[in-house]
Design a protein around this ligand. Structure first.
Ligand code: 9YT
Length: 132
């Protein structure tokens, strides 16, 4: 069994901040835990708009605080998001994430994030070493 607390993650190398300052991702479970997914507690800062496109990952995002919206770029569909909303990017959809207030999201990635990925010019995480 692995037991961790968010306090152990904050300000460690598992606490990753976006280069553009839009979000901070506290990675509770990563690829090297070898369980087939990663689990992140992510803060999306108020007033930000981020274009994301996980071409190599499925991501489930469960909002537990704040409000905003997600827009799929393919068809311009906008879904309001508030505490209790979940969205599942089961089709590698390219999307905008907009935070009206500070949002706290619990995110699950499959395959798991290794921890070293950064968003590329498309807003994707490159595939982790495990799927190269
Ligand atoms: C919701 C979302 O995709 N935010 C970007 C960061 C990502 N979830 C992460 O690495 O935790």
């Amino acid at each position: 069994m692995i037991v961790r607390h968010l306090e152990d993650i904050v300000n460690s190398d598992r606490d990753v901040r976006a280069e553009n300052g839009n979000w901070e991702s506290r990675r509770l479970i990563l690829n090297n835990d070898a369980v087939g997914f990663s689990l992140h507690d992510t803060i999306i800062h108020a007033g930000t708009e981020t274009l994301l496109w996980y071409k190599h990952h499925i991501e489930a995002v469960y909002c537990i605080e704040g409000e905003g919206e997600v827009e799929t770029t393919e068809n311009g569909e906008i879904h309001p998001i508030k505490a209790g909303s979940v969205y599942l990017l089961n089709g590698n959809e390219r999307h905008w994430l907009r935070a009206k207030t500070t949002m706290r999201m619990v995110c699950v990635f499959n395959p798991p994030v290794t921890g070293s990925e950064t968003h590329d010019a498309d807003g994707a995480y490159r595939p982790g070493a495990e799927v190269l």
